[in-house]
Design a protein around this ligand. Structure first.
Ligand code: ME8
Length: 512
């Protein structure tokens, strides 16, 4: 059997409830997963939670609960978010599960067997919020920041197991050169390579001053460093080490989707651990940009953290999904605001798409008793719509293959504008008045085909709305069973199908 397409999100810390940043990565991964299913690929999509480490232990302590109680409480918010956002993940991994402990112990042992782990002492600084050891250069950078912007760091001195990261400096650089697609967007690869060229020091991979983690095999005084633990989730989730069949079917991952904040862990540490353990490397780590809210960094102290559940309540999951991926080129930073959502809903969803669907289905109801008419001979104008549809599918596919969601949507909306223009120029209402039935049938049939194509293409982004339109077009098969290749078949919407105009798909916000 051919290998599945395997996509992952970061596993989120359970010290806090989800916000729109978490929703963003998960939605983007879902769009990638759905698009790949649309292409006919078998897909495995993993998300989950990162539940160990000093940060979780401290948050639990401050709340007067046990770390596992905190995790059990907060994990539900992440799991329920998948439902609220229509996420089609195949599994949800928690690092406190037994299967994960076995997997982390196994990879730790393999790295140890490669001679890459030694016991020594770590003396230096630690950033608990980032769960990261601070290098000399980073320390200098931190010290040069104005006081209010400096992260809280703590001095640590303890016995620690070290991973020989320095040994992997050259192999990593060689790997980046041979596999430039490993880190995307490409400008991020340059940043990573520059960091590695700057010199890699061995990495402390165990702690002794707290206990909330997976004990080092053979030395339970130490718990394994939370990033070593967390990164391993990507292989645990596909059956490592016990289910070889599942592992072969899915690993290596096709894309680890991450925010730019954690690229270094994924593009430097993770491949080094895997090289050491003799496990193949993921194909791509894609780092996306950062959302601010109304121009400001999201933070609890500012009190501007946006709750994704609230956005879904107010706008619906589809609008939220569309907005996040249309608003900014994937990879770059962007700003979240309700006024920006409203502008996109009114301009692109209500006016562009919603209006096209409702006026077309309304005319089929009115002039043809709600049955898609039989077409007559196609004129060059009708053929031009067909040709544009085919090229719209091709451009969409190309942009999506490059994870350029924003460009894929822009080009799709250009096609929607072309269809709207064709409707206006063909003026079916005039053809109806003139009783030109043959021309009227052909025009409405053509528009119905074009809407069918659009429906298949918006499906990864707006699954609920796409499903609704598909049903309103009277299609007998479910949208789930359609493939991208079907979108290239002109004539997908059959004459005689019964349409239903229904309620407005995307109500304008000033109308609500
Ligand atoms: O880092 N804009 O978990 P985390 C865009 N447990 N994306 C954002 C964002 C924002 N403002 N804020 C968060 C961890 N994200 C580790 C990961 S993986 C083996 C372990 C997203 O809960 C983005 O994907 O801090 C970022 O990388 C992730 O949430 C960090 O989530």
């Amino acid at each position: 059997m051919s290998k599945s397409f395997y996509v992952t999100t970061p596993i989120y810390y359970v010290n806090d409830v989800p916000h729109i940043g978490h929703a963003y990565t998960t939605i983007a991964a879902d769009v990638i997963a759905r698009f790949n299913r649309l292409k006919g690929n078998k897909v495995f999509f993993l998300t989950g939670t990162d539940e160990h480490g000093q940060k979780i232990e401290r948050t639990a302590e401050a709340n007067g609960e046990k770390p596992i109680e905190l995790a059990n409480r907060v994990v539900k918010r992440f799991q329920n978010l998948s439902d609220a956002l229509n996420i089609t993940n195949d599994d949800f991994i928690r690092t406190t599960e037994q299967r994960h402990r076995i997997s982390v112990e196994e990879i730790f042992k393999r790295v140890q067997e490669s001679g890459d782990i030694y016991l020594s002492e770590y003396e230096g600084w630690y950033d608990v919020r980032e769960e990261a050891f601070i290098t000399e250069t980073q320390l200098e950078e931190i010290q040069s920041l104005p006081e209010e912007k400096r992260p809280v760091i703590e001095k640590v001195k303890e016995e620690s197991y070290f991973f020989k990261l320095s040994k992997y400096q050259e192999p990593l650089l060689k790997y980046y050169k041979e596999h430039p697609e490993f880190v995307q967007p490409s400008y991020r690869l340059n940043e990573v390579a520059r960091f590695v060229e700057g010199g890699l020091r061995d990495l402390s991979i165990s702690r002794t001053t707290f206990t909330w983690g997976i004990p080092v095999p053979g030395n339970p005084e130490h718990v394994i460093y939370v990033w070593f633990d967390a990164l391993t989730n990507y292989i645990t989730g596909v059956g490592f080490p016990s289910d070889e069949g599942m592992f072969e079917q899915n690993w290596p991952a096709d894309v680890h989707l991450v925010g730019k904040d954690i690229l270094r862990f994924h593009a430097v540490y993770w491949p080094a651990f895997l090289m050491s353990a003799g496990i193949p490397l993921p194909k791509t780590v894609f780092a996306h940009g950062w959302w601010t809210v109304e121009g400001e960094k999201m933070s609890k102290s500012v009190g501007n953290v946006v709750d994704p559940y609230q956005v879904v309540d107010e706008f619906g999951a589809d609008v939220f999904r569309y907005f996040l991926l249309r608003e900014i080129p994937f990879g770059q930073d962007g700003d979240f605001s309700k006024s920006a959502i409203v502008a996109r809903v009114n301009g692109e969803l209500a006016n562009g798409l919603g209006n096209l669907v409702s006026r077309t289905l309304g005319m089929i109801e009115k002039y043809f008793d709600a049955k898609v008419p039989e077409p007559g001979n196609l004129t060059s104008e009708d053929e031009a719509v067909r040709d544009k549809a085919l090229s719209a599918v091709e451009i969409f596919e190309k942009e999506m293959n490059e994870v350029a969601f924003h460009k894929a949507l822009v080009s799709l909306w250009d096609f929607i504008a072309d269809i709207n223009k064709y409707v206006d120029e063909s003026a079916p209402w005039t053809l109806a008045k003139e009783k030109n039935d043959e021309r009227l049938s052909t025009v409405l049939w053509t528009i119905a085909q074009a809407i069918g194509v659009v429906t298949i293409l918006i499906y990864p982004f707006m699954p609920e709305s796409a499903e609704k339109v598909w049903i309103r077009l009277g299609s007998p098969d479910s949208l789930d069973s359609q493939h991208l290749i079907d979108a290239k078949k002109w004539g997908l919407i059959k004459a005689g199908q019964t349409v239903d105009k229904g309620e407005s798909l995307f109500p304008r916000f000033d109308d609500k």
